[in-house]
Design a protein around this ligand. Sequence first.
Ligand SMILES: [Zn+2]
Ligand SMILES: [Zn+2]
Length: 293
Amino acid sequence: MDMSSHQEEEEVVSHGLKENTCQVTCQMDDTVLMGVQQGQPAPPLLLGNLGSIQNIVLGQNTWLDDEVMDHSQALLRRQYPQVGGLYAVTSLTQLTSFSSPAQGFVQILNVFGNHWVTVSNIGCEEGTLNVYDSLGINNKHDFCSQVVSLLQYSGKTVWIGWPHVQQQQGWSDCGLFTIANSLTLCMGGDPGKLCYDQKQMRDHLFSCFVDGSLTPFPSCERTPLPEVHFCDVEVYCTCRRPYRIALELMVECGRCGEWFHDQCEDLQPDDLISMEEYMCCICRVTHMGKYGK
Ligand SMILES: [Zn+2]
Ligand SMILES: [Zn+2]
């Protein structure tokens, strides 16, 4: 991956400038999950109950719903137990972290309630993840925040890449492309090298559901385009996500220099008024360990 050629890269996040101190006592329990919820495992398979989704899968111009996407993810989870992610899509409407983000993961994500994409770090360098989107590039700030929080990257900057993948015809088939690309990634393939036969995708998916196993969607090979659109996102705090301007405040720890969200550190607005030097929860624990106080 050539990070120097990101001509369209964009600074998604700017720094919060709030140098504040407070005397609140934080508990470690407060530090990780405030503002970020854990992903939930995909619900069990819809065994023997395909009638409820048949019309959705086979209906032309029908948008695939949560149930269809989670059934697909449950199949992938069973077929590819070594692949991480594959969490229930409904659990990912908020900022979410994975329990084991270090492993290669594949995750189907709903974008703004009406569009499906696949997010994965398979084949990526450390601190990078890819978005496979059959409707172009969506790098709105909220979307980037949500995607980045999946990775729980301990470094400073996460790179989000949008490899070139086949673009869908029409508006309703994003779920089919998302399932097809997720399967390709689980199998170790490159979605950018495939051109699916869109007309066959619904029939193929439903026959997979009947057989209880996802098999590759009918496709032909194509030459992948080398350039990848990237954007870089600075991540902070114990939650390893960006600063969302106007939605939250950040405070800098005088010890470690890291910035923390007010929610994650459980700070109230009054806490931010008086200041000398703020010490984050992590440094406070270290400090107490050293000095017994
Ligand atoms: Zn945070
Ligand atoms: Zn600190």
